[in-house]
Write a protein that binds this ligand. Sequence first.
Ligand code: ASP
Length: 322
Amino acid sequence: MDLKTKITLGLMGIIVFAILTGSKDESVEFSIAIHGGAGTITRKNMTPGKENAYRSKLKETLNVGYSILNKGGTSLDAVEATIRIMENSELFNAGKGAVFTNAGTNELDASIMDGRNLKAGAVARVKTVKNPISAARKVMEETWHVMLSGDGADKFAKEQGLDIVDPNYFYTQRRWDSLKKIQVEKHGTVGCVALDKHGNLAAGTSTGGLTNKRWGRVGDSPIIGAGTYANNQTCAVSGTGQGEYFIRGNVAYDVSAIMEYKGKSVGEAAQNVIRKLSDKGGNGGIITMDSKGNISMPFNTAGMYRGFRKAGQAPEIFIYKN
Ligand code: ASP
């Protein structure tokens, strides 16, 4: 082989190598998980129609988030978009479908966190914001605060050009009847955790809180570290359950702390936190995801509306324990 041929073959080799490595998809395997609340959700209390409605809404929601991530969109966009869909559905205790306070009003809480830089935003006790999760995101991106509450938060959302509704928009017969029966309906909060192709985690949670709540009560859902947490170094978490227990236990941050300080996997950390919640007498569940897209969704109630979809796979939806 003469020198010219050797050089030509060498160059061809380099070009083939460059094409092969260039076409290799170096992006992270993205993943998304959602919940629609934990509580006394049993087969006995369920009708086939109701179960179908939940399953198809959870699937629709997951697929929207999945397609955002699949196109290279951010985990924050996926979290916000999926939670907005659940907020717009009467099935869940968030946005339209939120439970009533003791005074017969609806007061909504939501939070969102970016695992890339630990930035976070939250709103508590808003009464006119159609999609509280979007208001939480605006707080994160447009202010130097983390949480806005009450009338100020409503005013801020309006100034930001978000959809504002008459408080009557949140009226649903089902939740009104629950208030009249003074049933503390504990389920229906929504949440989402996601990992995008760029390797960034995000988490968000949105709720109407607890039926019959009084005195301006705020639960864990808008509290960063209690109901929501995301950190690329560890995990993303969204919780649902008795907020007072989640606040006292710093539940969402606890999962991250166990991973960081004890070197546990997301599954071990999540189980550990739910065990601690049970020991303290609290009820609820969490959806968690680590930076590799591993998912763990433990809960100590009869059921939790939940589902996930990993890159290249079909959506998986679950309601009951088994
Ligand atoms: N954690 C919510 C709260 O306490 C309620 C729920 O998740 O069902 O406000």
